[in-house]
Design a protein around this ligand. Structure first.
Ligand SMILES: [Zn+2]
Length: 65
């Protein structure tokens, strides 16, 4: 794990355990949200005419320290 910054944690919404980059992953109350749930949430936001949440391209990638 040395050289990489990432966390393995359950998704706030679906409880699936996934790896994410703590610097960029979208989170609520310190609990990360997985890509699947973020994309679902964005689809719903778009349907309502709302601005989708920004998902950083590195949010689900390990970061080289
Ligand atoms: Zn999820």
């Amino acid at each position: 794990m040395s050289g990489y910054m990432m966390v393995i944690a359950p998704c706030l919404a679906c409880r699936r355990t996934f790896a994410s980059n703590p610097t960029y992953v979208p989170s609520l109350n310190n609990q990360p949200v997985c890509r699947n749930c973020m994309e679902l949430a964005n689809e719903k936001r778009k349907e309502k005419g709302m601005e989708p949440h920004f998902i950083h391209p590195l949010a689900y990638e390990p970061e080289e320290a």
